[in-house]
Ligand binder design. Structure first.
Ligand code: ADP
Length: 167
């Protein structure tokens, strides 16, 4: 059984994340989407809220489960008996961080391979931070995020759908 872990902040889940989930779940038996709980990264949504949004977004995807972790990624991956870590690469700017993380994980967990998927063209600019910025200034985010997450984002930022300007 090939198990892969897709870790990240998912604050909140975007269509870019979903695209990576859809593509990677095709080549593993079980994909564990795992929200990294980090005291230094506060985030807009609580871990419980992010979990809830992600669970709703992937509910129809059979071999995908959602959880969170607050230990070292290498330890979490080993505990899950996973053989791969999935990461998405949007632009060259992602590379330095991802390469450092890959090297660290390879050092600590040589039996686990990191698999990088290049962002699909339509999502290559999309991040949770950009989404939050758009929503904060009243822009419509429905094309970039699952409906539940878009609604939650507007609610969190105290905007009703009627106030939202179409982009
Ligand atoms: P971070 O780990 O920097 O907090 P996220 O939680 O937003 O980032 O993302 C988790 C993973 O998904 C990272 O590997 C990130 O590069 C990737 N990712 C995020 N958005 C996209 C996107 N639009 N297309 C492809 N990959 C993405």
């Amino acid at each position: 059984m090939k198990i892969a872990v897709y870790p990240g902040s998912f604050d909140p889940v975007t269509n870019g994340h979903l695209d990576i989930i859809e593509r990677s779940r095709r080549f593993c038996d079980k994909l564990i989407v795992a929200i990294a709980q980090s005291p230094s990264k506060k985030g807009l949504f609580s871990i419980e809220e992010r979990l809830d949004l992600l669970k709703q977004a992937v509910q129809d995807l059979e071999n995908v489960t959602v959880t969170h972790f607050s230990i070292l990624l290498a330890d979490f991956v080993r505990k899950q008996k996973a053989s791969a870590v999935i990461r998405g690469l949007r632009a060259v700017s992602d590379f330095d961080y991802e390469y450092a993380m890959y090297q660290m994980n390879a050092e600590m967990c040589p039996e686990v391979e990191t698999i990088f998927l290049l962002a699909s063209k339509e999502y290559s600019f999309l991040s949770s931070s950009i989404l939050k910025e758009l929503a904060r200034f009243g822009r419509n985010v429905e094309n970039y995020t699952p409906t539940v997450a878009g609604k939650a984002l507007l609610q969190k930022l105290n905007k009703t759908s009627n106030e939202v300007e179409k982009v």
